[in-house]
Every structure is written in C-alpha cells, then in structure tokens.
Design a protein around this ligand. Structure first.
Ligand code: OSB
Ligand code: MG
Length: 373
C-alpha cells in the first residue's frame, strides 16, 4: 500500500530499569531510548531505536541516533512516495553503519503500513507461522553467584524456557559450574558480548563440559573469521550476535562455519527488511535463529514479538515480560508471559498494543518534529 510520510517525530524518553543490567561492556541502570513516529495522512507508525546509552555494544548510542535521523535519514524519506515499507531501508543504504537509527525509522514504517492496511504487524511482515513465542531470559552479571542463582530460580519458576547468563573474564567458568551444579537440566546459554579473543580458546573450550545450548558472541564485535576458527575447536555451538549486521554477513558466517545459530536483532540489522532476509538465509542453510533483545520498551518489544512469528525462530528468544524491566510501561497493556514461558502474539492492528501517550509525555526529555518541506 503506497504512502507518503508527511511528518516524522523524534522523542527521547528515559526509563529506569527495575534491576540494573550488566554485560561484559558495562552496567545500565536506566534506559535512554529514541522513539520514531512516522505520520502519513494522520495515521502514525511507531518504531524504537535499540541503540544503548553508550557506544559499547556497537558504535551507536542514544546521542548519535538523533542527528543521524534528523539530518541524514529524514530528508531522504519525508515527502517521498513509497509503494511499501520494504522500500524504505534502501533510501538510507548510502549511509555507512548506524543501522539501529535507520532500523528504528524503518520499523516505524512497517507499523505504519500495517495500520494503513488495518492488519497486525506480524501479518504485514509475512509472519504468523508461530503464534506462541517461546521465551527465554537474559540475566546480567550479578554482584554474587548466590544472587545469580536466586535470579535463575525466580525466572524458572515464572516459566521461562531457557536461561542465558552474561559472562566476562573473571565471571565465567566457575560461575557456570555453580549454575550447572544447581540446575543440571536447564537449557543454559552464555553471552560474552565480545569479551574474549582467540587466545582464550582453551578457557572457552573448558565450557564444553557444561552442556551449554550455545555460547553467544565470544569474540570481537566485528569478527567472523576468528569465530570460525574457534567453532572448530569447540563442541558447544557458537551463536553470533554483534558481528551479523546483514544477510550477506550471515551467509558468509554460515559458509565459513563461524557459528551454528544466529541471534537476530531488528535494530542491529537495520530493520524488518534486512531481518527477514537474515532469517531467510539462515532458514535456507538449516541454521536456527532466535530473537535477541536490547532492553526495549513495550514498542520495541512488540516489534520483536511480530518478528518472532517467522517460521525459523525455532529457539526461545530474549523477548520477555515487560515487568522484568519496567515498573510502568509505555504500552497500555504490558507484554506478559504465560506460566509455560510463552507470549501470545497480539491480533491488534499495527504492533498490536496501545500507547500510553500521557506516560510517554511524562518521560520525554526531548522532542523534535520534522515536517515535509
Ligand atoms: O547481547 O543480547 C545482548 C542487552 C543489551 C545489549 C546486548 C544484549 C543484551 C541482552 C538483553 O542480552 C536482552 C534483553 O533482555 O532485552
Ligand atoms: Mg548478545
């Protein structure tokens, strides 16, 4: 369905996390999130930019997103006629990197298209093969092993199907040993967020004894070749996160044997159009995928749920209940997870949840409207 973007609204919100989240690259207490609203004929589509507060997961951060969208992406899309949301990403393909900023706007256009058609977002992207999303949780580095064990117990009692724990040098082999001893049967994974190098391969190989479902992005954020070398030395499957930014890179990584699983994040690959391509490449090669998370508000969370309905999202993802992150949500009905660890996809129009505009306004610290010239 053709549309012209009349207006783009950027909004920077601040939301404290219920519990800090620590990875190998740092600790986060509160999120600073840029939301993108694209408006066509009075209908709004919403997207969330998944960049972090600092350029530590990748090169983007909350502060880089705003000028990139305002000065480089908005002028290329505003007033343009698009036949479909799938055409939007190509309009900013000349920009190097900044995929999360570009992806936030692209995802907003898919939501807009779904709303203009009066259908749920998951249908607009060609999803719906899966209607009950299997959920895992990602648990950050804690102040003590006891705290970690307590958190894992809480999440398992809540019904989550897979536990991912963050690891880093000094919080790895012995911590995983303690977790495995306490929870011998649980589906367990470890995410290093690029904290190791190939020189650490013996330490990583020592994790083989714990029967991890996968180890996520052990090596550098931009490294595929070293992951291939490492995978050849490990029994544990490697799952790639940071280093897969496109379907082409996914294809290269698969060809080299750099991993056996890929985590797809909407923002990291620049939006739905590329995420679907990554999904399709993996599916064609028999590589299972799962949906990663970036501590999203309800808007990004709802987009992740839509994405997770594509058929190759075989493994439990990092998309979990709103209440694990937020005291109050930006969507009118928080995302909930059933006692058997699933999210039921919403049949509502667009991303399928209402937006609490009054609450959004109350947590917005910066807003800017870009109009058609
Ligand atoms: O590597 O998956 C990651 C959070 C921030 C940055 C990177 C990652 C994560 C998570 C959290 O693991 C997943 C979530 O609960 O949203
Ligand atoms: Mg990860």
């Amino acid at each position: 369905m053709a549309f012209v973007i009349d207006q783009i609204k950027l909004r920077h919100i601040q939301m404290p996390l219920v519990h800090f989240f620590q990875t190998s690259f740092g600790r986060t207490y509160a999120r600073d999130i840029v939301l993108v609203e694209v408006i066509s004929g009075g209908v709004s589509g919403w997207g969330e930019v998944t960049a972090g507060e600092n350029p530590f997961y990748n090169e983007e951060w909350t502060g880089s997103v705003w000028p990139l969208l305002r000065d480089y992406v908005a002028p290329r899309v505003i007033g343009q006629e698009f036949q479909a949301a799938s055409e939007v990403a190509a309009r900013s393909a000349h920009i190097r990197g900044h995929l999360m900023a570009r992806g936030g706007l692209e995802a907003a256009c898919w939501d807009l298209e779904a709303r203009l058609k009066g259908i749920p977002l998951y249908k607009a992207i060609g999803g719906g093969a899966i209607k009950e999303i299997a959920c895992g949780v990602s648990i950050g580095i804690q102040d003590s092993v006891d705290q970690l064990l307590g958190k894992i117990e809480t999440e398992l009692n809540a019904g989550y199907r897979r536990i991912k724990m963050k690891i880093a040098p000094g919080w790895d082999v012995e911590v995983i040993r303690a977790v495995r001893a306490r929870f011998p049967k649980v589906l367990l994974t470890a995410d290093a967020n690029s904290a190791y190098t190939l020189a650490d391969w013996e330490l990583l190989a020592a994790l083989d004894e714990f029967d991890l479902m996968m180890i996520e992005q052990p090596l550098a954020h931009d490294e595929i070749i070293d992951h291939a070398e490492l995978q050849a030395k490990l029994k544990t499957p490697i799952c790639l996160d940071e280093c897969i930014r496109s379907a082409h890179q996914a294809e290269q990584a698969i060809r080299l044997g750099a991993g056996k699983i890929i985590n797809i994040k909407l923002g990291r690959v620049g939006g739905f159009t590329e995420a679907i391509k990554v999904h399709d490449v993996c599916r064609a090669h028999g590589i299972p995928v799962w949906c990663g998370g970036m501590l999203e508000s309800g808007i990004g969370r709802a987009h992740n749920i839509a994405l997770s309905t594509l058929p190759n999202f075989i493994l439990p993802g990092d998309v979990s209940a709103s209440k694990r992150y937020w005291k109050q949500e930006v969507i009118t009905t928080p995302v909930e997870v059933s006692a058997h660890g699933t999210i039921t996809v919403s049949e509502g129009i667009g991303f399928g949840y209402g937006i609490d505009l009054a609450f959004l306004d109350s947590i917005s610290i910066r807003r800017e409207t870009i109009n058609k010239p």
